[in-house]
Write a new protein. Structure first.
Length: 175
C-alpha cells in the first residue's frame, strides 16, 4: 500500500524515483572519499622503479611513501623517499612492504626535519626533472628526482588497540 504522500502518483514514477535514489547513492558516497585538493589532477601512472629503469624525465607524477631522510639545502629541501602504493585519497598505504622503489623529491624552501621525520607519510606531485645516483650501502642506486609542486604531509596515524571482553551471559546483546 502506498503512503499517503504518494497517493495519486503513478507506480511507474515511484519506481523511477527509487531507482534514481539507488543510482545516486554510490556517487554521493564516492564524493566523501576524494583526494585533498592539492593532490588532484592527471598524472602518469608509473612507479619510481619504472621511472628509474627508463628515461621518463618531464612526466607529471603523484608519488608518496615514507621518509628515509630529509636534506635541507641553502634554498630548497630534498626528501629521500621509499615509495609505496597510494590509496584512493592519495595517502600512502600504511605498514606495507609492497614498495615501488625509491625517489628524491625537492621543493624550494625550508621543511623542518623535526616535523618531516623518518617514516612519516608524505605525498608529492610534480615533474620528474632528472636522475641522481647515490649509494645505499654498497649498492649504486639510480633515483628519479621530482621537482615537487606539492608536499603533502599526512597526519600521524594513531594506533588504537580494541579490547573485547565476552559478556557475562551466554547470549548477545544488552538485554
Amino acid at each position: 500500500m502506498k503512503p499517503a504522500s504518494m497517493k495519486g502518483v503513478p507506480m511507474k514514477t515511484t519506481r523511477m524515483i527509487r531507482w534514481a535514489a539507488l543510482a545516486l547513492a554510490p556517487v554521493l558516497l564516492a564524493a566523501c572519499a576524494t583526494q585533498p585538493k592539492p593532490l588532484q589532477g592527471e598524472f602518469a601512472q608509473i612507479s619510481p622503479r619504472d621511472a628509474a629503469s627508463t628515461d621518463r624525465a618531464g612526466a607529471m607524477v603523484r608519488w608518496g611513501g615514507r621518509i628515509v631522510q630529509v636534506e635541507p639545502q641553502s634554498n630548497r629541501t630534498c626528501f629521500e623517499m621509499i615509495s609505496t602504493r597510494l590509496s584512493a585519497s592519495g595517502r600512502p598505504y600504511w605498514a606495507t612492504d609492497d614498495v615501488g622503489g625509491r625517489f628524491i623529491a625537492c621543493r624550494d624552501g625550508f621543511y623542518d626535519p623535526a616535523l618531516f621525520e623518518k617514516n612519516r607519510e608524505v605525498t608529492f606531485t610534480g615533474r620528474i626533472d632528472g636522475y641522481e645516483s647515490r649509494r645505499i650501502g654498497e649498492y649504486d642506486y639510480r633515483f628519479p628526482r621530482v621537482a615537487a609542486d606539492v608536499v603533502y604531509l599526512w597526519p600521524v596515524r594513531e594506533r588504537v588497540d580494541v579490547v573485547t571482553r565476552p559478556a557475562p551471559w551466554p547470549w548477545w546483546g544488552w538485554w
